[in-house]
Design a protein around this ligand. Structure first.
Ligand SMILES: CC(C)(COP(=O)(O)OP(=O)(O)OC[C@H]1O[C@@H](n2cnc3c(N)ncnc32)[C@H](O)[C@@H]1OP(=O)(O)O)[C@@H](O)C(=O)NCCC(=O)NCCS
Length: 342
């Protein structure tokens, strides 16, 4: 079985280089029928390939698919055959390091369509394959071609609005997954995995290869690589530490039913049912005083030793300034480590 398949409508610059690709119906683990027909009609010869398909090829592909269960893909191929934009049929036999822009876009679509979870697809080397573009009300534009396009628009009495200049577009221009609310769509990049029941408020942000499992209120930043468990809330302007630059190599995650207070931050993964006090930033090396139920000191350890442990409440003692950790009272089970010395 192959890894992924997608019929994409894209943009190219004047040098016929791919800028971006929109896959309306990406497929994870396409079956052998689809691959065989792609071989017979599109010239697919195995491996990972983005095929710039002609209208004739797409029609032949759609015809051949007619006798299979892939009616939705057949319909899409027929529509793509009428496209006045370039069409890329991208086939990934394996999840290898991407080697073209259409391949990267297919991987980002798999994430945002919730077909794979963050860390479930290989994304190394993608920055080199994603051109930095002007994302405008008239689509993606190569930055070298932007001044001329701006002039042309003005000459015709229009304004070309540049919404962002970035390697990643906003997710919602490609897919709006079911059951989400996103107050400011510019804050969620393509490649984000936004679980059903998630609300992202204006201050919230979700990077690519990051996201939420299910119901969550996101008013803080979900950095690349970070996954937030079901029922967990990120308070206003809080921060989850990414691993892309300067950070450690611990993959940050938040368990289920956690609360990161407003302006709080984490540089360690949290287990289920943890709370971080508003304004407290815990880094991996932060020295933490473990307190028992009577607020007596049990021991001082580094926050990294509490990584992934459930039922913890982190706070900064407002009188001493020391970072403290107690059993989270809302937790159902008591944390053994905190009570080992009771
Ligand atoms: C950390 C936090 C969860 C504690 O809340 P809580 O469990 O309700 O605790 P309380 O405020 O009732 O305090 C319990 C006791 O601890 C004390 N306490 C609380 N925070 C303390 C601190 N930082 N230092 C010292 N003592 C503290 C209280 O004074 C109180 O003492 P008492 O038993 O003598 O009355 C809460 O302060 C917090 O930061 N919540 C985050 C909310 C948030 O940001 N939501 C997102 C909105 S966008």
């Amino acid at each position: 079985m192959s890894f992924a398949f997608g019929i994409g409508i894209g943009s190219q610059n004047q040098k016929s280089e791919w800028l971006e690709v929109f896959y309306q119906q990406p497929v994870l683990m396409p079956d052998s029928d689809l691959m065989e027909i792609a071989g017979n009609t599109l010239g697919y010869q195995g491996g990972n390939q983005a095929i710039e398909a002609t209208a004739e090829q797409l029609k032949a592909f759609a015809d051949a698919l007619g006798s299979t269960a892939h009616t939705a893909q057949a319909e899409l191929a027929l529509k793509a055959a009428e496209s006045n934009r370039p069409v890329a049929v991208t086939i990934l036999e394996t999840d290898d390091t991407a080697s073209s822009t259409p391949e990267v876009y297919l991987k980002l679509h798999l994430l945002s369509h919730r077909l794979v979870k963050p860390h479930g697809v290989k994304l190394d080397g993608i920055f080199g394959l994603l051109p930095n573009l002007a994302w405008t009300n008239e689509g993606a534009i190569d930055l070298d071609e932007l001044p001329e396009r701006q002039l042309q628009a003005r000459l015709q009495g229009r304004i070309l609005e540049v919404k962002s200049v970035d390697k990643f577009p906003q997710m919602t221009d490609y897919v709006v997954p079911r059951g989400v609310r996103i107050a400011d769509t510019a804050r969620v990049r393509l490649g984000a995995y936004v679980g059903e029941g998630t609300t992202v408020m204006h201050e919230g942000f979700i990077n690519f290869n990051a996201g939420t499992e299910g119901t969550s209120m996101i008013e803080g930043r979900v950095s690349a690589g970070v996954m937030i468990g079901k029922g967990s809330d990120l308070g206003g302007s809080c921060s989850t530490m990414g691993t892309l630059s300067g950070g450690g190599n611990i993959i940050i995650a938040v368990g289920e039913n956690c609360l990161l207070g407003a302006n709080a931050g984490i540089g360690i993964p949290l287990g289920d049912r943890c709370t971080v006090e508003a304004g407290l930033y815990i880094t991996a090396g932060t020295k933490v005083a473990l307190l028992d139920d009577q607020n007596n000191l049990v021991e001082v350890i580094k926050a990294r030793d509490l990584a992934g442990k459930p039922d913890l409440l982190f706070r900064r003692n407002s009188q001493t300034g020391a970072v403290e950790c107690k059993t989270n009272k809302t937790a159902i089970e008591l944390n053994e480590q905190l009570h080992a010395n009771n």
